[in-house]
Design a protein. Structure first.
Length: 290
């Protein structure tokens, strides 16, 4: 009897080892570039989760990112490939009950616009599904902006790129003014502030690219990204001045000033660059063809 138990236990261990080996093999060989056919998408404005073709989801996001701009075909393909990489990254890192159980949530990195996509966008998506930005075999989460400040910020996944083509482009510079009360409310300050409003903001520190790294408001440090979000500004390359009883914010570029500038991608495409060349300019990653 003891011998029989030993044999059964050994067989069970062999079987268990085989199962584990198969699972590890499947996990190791599971291609991060395996494009899903259908995905579920949570739309907060409607409180709905929709199921749709993955290609339709990507096309809606590319439409949202480009704002309906008439980009060159290769620029559209580059944007679609970057968005495809974002989506694949999201799927590969999804944990728990994110997105109310859906694969994606509309907004932020996925500005999905519902409706029939433009034919050129659909064509770009078909090409993009064959391109994936990866690092060590895993999809990356590439960043994009509509316009840089003239030079993008360096990140672990993107080099700093000088982009004179962005300077002076339509919408490159924007100015917004806010009253002292509007500033107080936006920054949730109900306490005592200096009687001299020109002292409210101080100690601004900038990157070489013009991005506002941080600034002090009433002695408290806040990042340029936080300032952008608080006031709904167009970029993080922000300067602040107080004049004529108002705070005046000047912004250069449109977006977070990181990764690929969509305007620059279009400029490059119109001057003969392919989608692959554009992507390699803006991202320090492997371009996997699938």
């Amino acid at each position: 009897m003891p011998k029989k138990i030993t044999i059964v236990s050994g067989a069970a261990l062999v079987l268990l080892a085989a199962i584990v080996a198969v699972l590890l093999s499947v996990t190791a060989n599971r291609s991060t570039s395996a494009v899903p056919r259908r995905v579920s998408v949570y739309i907060p404005e409607r409180g709905e989760i929709l199921t749709m073709n993955y290609a339709d989801f990507l096309a809606g996001c590319v439409t949202g990112l480009t704002g309906g701009e008439n980009l060159a075909d290769e620029a559209l393909a580059a944007v679609a490939a970057a968005e495809n990489s974002r989506a694949m990254y999201e799927l590969s890192t999804k944990k728990g009950f994110q997105n109310l159980g859906a694969d994606f949530t509309v907004g932020g990195d996925f500005p999905f616009v519902d409706g029939e996509p433009d034919e050129r966008v659909s064509n770009a998506v078909r090409a993009a599904e064959k391109l994936l930005l990866t690092l060590d075999g895993e999809p990356i989460k590439p960043q994009m902006c509509m316009l840089s400040s003239g030079r993008t910020d360096e990140t672990p996944l993107s080099p700093s790129v000088a982009l004179p083509c962005d300077i002076g482009a339509n919408g490159f510079e924007s100015r917004t003014a806010f009253t002292t009360e509007e500033v107080r409310r936006a920054l949730h300050k109900n306490g005592t502030l200096s009687a001299d409003c020109s002292e409210w903001f101080s100690g601004a520190v900038y990157a070489d690219t013009g991005t506002l790294l941080y600034i002090e408001f009433n002695g408290e440090r806040m990042t340029g990204a936080a300032l952008k979000q608080a006031f709904g500004l167009r970029s993080v390359a922000i300067t602040v001045e107080y004049a004529e009883d108002k705070f005046r914010f000047t912004c250069l570029g449109l977006g977070e000033n990181k990764g690929m500038s969509i305007n620059a991608a279009d400029f490059m495409a119109k001057n003969g660059s392919s989608a692959e060349e554009i992507l390699k300019t803006f991202y320090s990653a492997e371009l996997e063809k699938i």
